[in-house]
Design a protein around this ligand. Structure first.
Ligand code: TXA
Ligand code: MG
Length: 348
């Protein structure tokens, strides 16, 4: 299959969106930008189309997809009821990087929900994504557009690396804004539960709906607690190299990482180092990649997955990263980084 690339880096092109919408309606696959990461879209109401997503990604079939909608009116058709708290939260953050889980109506095939009686729904905040959903019939199932187990794509180029020749179209909307997947909140239990941290953090949710819990599997070190979002149990984003996160006060961390990188170099091994702009001048060893600035959390979240991909291409044997416990997105950033590192932490 030839994968067509539609360039919409400078904005939505109506003709291209209509073509992409036709592909979706025919049961094909279109990758598209959102504000979080690139999605791999198909008609959510068509079980055959959903199955194609699993095949293209090599994704286990018990890992459910998120259904993307473009207007509130679309919600009633796919969910049984909308709890008051969910309505409030959606009003505060939709369109935006928030996914909510509801009881499913039979209109949504089990092939889309990974066999679950619940369905995850999100209204993305991106003109191209919203245009595509409308042109494609209103319901687009879309996981992140990476091969299963690779970092989520934050640029069209990343999608091309994983999906060239496998899907019908990639819409290039340039680099995404957030770079980490949406926050997922489950509304099918008595108390709403955060299943995956993202840009919308716990405090922001509490301010709108009051009580909200974190999934135990996100908090504890105890890996026997099974996360409720099936996708959170897999070891995602694992780079080829061993990745270690170095924690402690900033000065100690810089000294430790530089020391570790020097030791690797002396043994003739290539070491990658993930650093912030602020600490560049303190390193003399290793291959430095600047992730962003501590003063601009989005610069860090936006570049994390891309840097992991870059290091994969350079075949470094080991990667050391500073920790990023930043005030707003620290929990989401560290959740992804810890997974990528298989929870290998060096404390100074
Ligand atoms: O930001 C995002 O959410 C991106 C963009 C493309 O919208 N999408 C995304 O999809 O991250 P994906 O498939 O890579 O991650 C979806 C996560 C998985 O961990 C999955 O297990 C969980 O959501 N999930 C989906 N439906 C669920 C359900 N009914 N119950 C529990 N977890 C669910
Ligand atoms: Mg994913």
């Amino acid at each position: 299959m030839k994968t067509v690339i539609e360039d919409m880096r400078t904005g939505l092109r109506e003709e291209g969106i209509q073509q992409a919408g036709e592909i979706i309606k025919r049961g094909g696959l279109v990758a598209f930008p959102t504000e979080t990461v690139y999605g791999l879209g198909a008609n959510a109401l068509d079980p055959e189309a959903s199955r194609k997503i699993y095949a293209a990604k090599g994704r286990p079939s018990d890992n459910p997809l998120i259904v993307h909608i473009a207007e509130w009116e679309a919600l009633d058709f796919i969910v049984q009821d909308i709890p008051e708290a969910a309505r409030k939260l959606g009003e505060a953050f939709w369109p935006g990087p928030l996914t909510m889980i509801f009881a499913r109506r039979e209109t949504v095939p089990l092939a889309t929900t990974g066999g679950l009686e619940t369905v995850a729904v999100r209204m993305p905040d991106h003109p191209v994504a919203l245009g595509l959903i409308r042109a494609g019939g209103g319901y687009i199932a879309a996981p992140s557009a990476n091969t299963s187990g690779r970092p989520s794509p934050t640029r069209a180029q990343h999608v091309l690396e994983d999906m060239d020749g496998v899907i019908d179209m990639i819409i290039d909307g340039g680099e995404v804004g957030i770079g980490l997947e949406s926050t997922i909140v489950d509304f099918t239990e008595d108390v709403p539960v955060i299943l995956r941290p993202g840009y919308i953090n716990q405090e922001m949710i509490q301010r709108v709906i009051g009580e909200v819990e974190m999934d135990q599997a996100l908090i504890g070190e105890d890996s026997s607690v099974r996360p409720k979002a099936p996708g959170m149990k897999y070891r995602h984003y694992a780079p080829k190299a061993q990745l270690y996160i170095v924690e402690g006060n900033q000065e100690d961390v810089r000294r430790k990482i530089d020391e570790l990188a020097e030791r690797e170099e002396r043994q003739g091994r290539k070491a990658g180092v993930i650093v912030t702009e602020e600490s560049v001048p303190f390193y003399r060893h290793g291959i430095l990649k600047v992730i962003g600035s501590r003063g601009d959390e989005l610069s860090i979240s936006r570049h994390l997955f891309g840097i992991l991909r870059e290091f994969d291409e350079m075949d470094v044997q080991v990667i050391y990263s500073e920790a990023f416990h930043t005030p707003h997105m620290g929990q989401a950033i560290m959740n992804r980084l810890l997974k990528a590192a298989g929870h290998q932490i060096i404390k100074t």
